[in-house]
Design a protein around this ligand. Structure first.
Ligand code: C5P
Length: 221
């Protein structure tokens, strides 16, 4: 394998309601993070996995994942970007393709990791999996009054894993400031092209209780 996967899993997850870090919420009796790492490890190209855990949960996460896959667990930071940078710093020399995958997208299938990695391997500096936007999207003001309708055909909903040439991701995080919600956003700011590949519906982000209910229906029986 020539791929390292960083799994930021240090978020508080307040939008799921009370009950601790989101990555450790149970889905079908197992933490989201366990589902995510199992699928990462099943992708043949993956050599290295680094998880950024809530600082208070590093030992617990190591224990949790010991029977799932060979992983390095580091303490995450206050912002997602910081958690990714800390995980990247723990990747040994070797892998030249780095994927970043949110633990919250716990059911992203191994094939998705392979297709993103393949596009990077083929020479793309940055690759994101996307889905078409099915809803009509409107821009609104602070009072909820519509300002305009956005051309849906030009929009894409972005998932993870996002893939990068190692040097590209390192440079993006070295210059990072502020709270962008994805890693490709940092790369775009550097003027580097970001390429889309087909995403996967099972890579949905498990953010609210409704998503957890949907994800439960997608579990293998
Ligand atoms: O909060 P949000 O759903 O955008 O978080 C996306 C991912 O980033 C989650 O997997 C979360 O655990 C992770 N994260 C992190 N460190 C933070 C905040 C979020 O690793 N400080």
């Amino acid at each position: 394998g020539d791929v390292a996967v960083l799994v930021p899993a240090a978020g508080a997850g307040v939008r799921l309601g009370p009950g601790g870090p989101k990555a450790l919420r149970l889905l079908g009796g197992e933490p989201l993070l366990v589902h995510a790492v199992r699928r990462v490890a099943a992708a043949p190209s993956v050599r290295t996995i680094v998880v950024a855990a809530p600082p208070s949960e590093v030992a617990a996460v190591r224990h949790l994942l010991a029977s799932v896959a060979a992983v390095t667990v580091v303490a995450g930071g206050a912002e997602r970007q910081e958690s990714v940078a800390l995980a990247l710093a723990a990747v040994p020399a070797g892998p030249e393709i780095i994927l970043v995958h949110d633990a919250a997208r716990a059911l992203a299938p191994p094939e998705l990791f392979e297709s993103v990695a393949a596009a990077v391997r083929a020479g793309r500096p940055a690759v994101i999996p996307v889905l078409p936007v099915v809803d009509t999207v409107k821009e609104v003001d602070a009072g909820g009054v519509v300002l305009g309708t956005v051309d849906r055909s030009a929009l894409r909903a972005v998932q993870t894993p996002q893939g990068f040439q190692r040097a590209v991701l390192a440079a993006a995080h070295a210059g990072a400031a502020g709270a962008l919600t994805d890693d490709a956003g940092l790369v775009e700011k550097q003027g580097i092209p970001v390429t889309c590949v087909d995403g996967h519906e099972h890579a949905l982000k498990i953010t609210r209780p409704f998503d957890l209910a949907v994800a439960t229906l997608l579990l293998p029986s």
